[in-house]
Write a protein that binds this ligand. Structure first.
Ligand SMILES: [Zn+2]
Length: 66
């Protein structure tokens, strides 16, 4: 696993409006958010994403796919 992928709690997809399907990962130092449901991708370097991800980690622990 080269990429770190983490799900974002409480985030819903702006495309398909599913909740808890948004996955955060880093590509070329740019944080991107991908919907695992419909494949919608957002480039989101905003701090809000990191904040909610951290909150998520505190709740369930760090998500480790590997
Ligand atoms: Zn979606």
């Amino acid at each position: 696993m080269r990429k770190k992928k983490r799900f974002i709690a409480g985030a819903s997809c702006p495309e398909c409006h599913e909740a808890d399907v948004m996955m955060l990962y880093k590509e070329h130092d740019v944080e991107k958010v991908e919907c695992v449901k419909c494949g919608h991708i957002m480039t989101q370097p905003k701090e809000a994403v990191q904040a909610s991800t951290r909150q998520f980690e505190q709740v369930i622990g760090v998500f480790r796919p590997e």
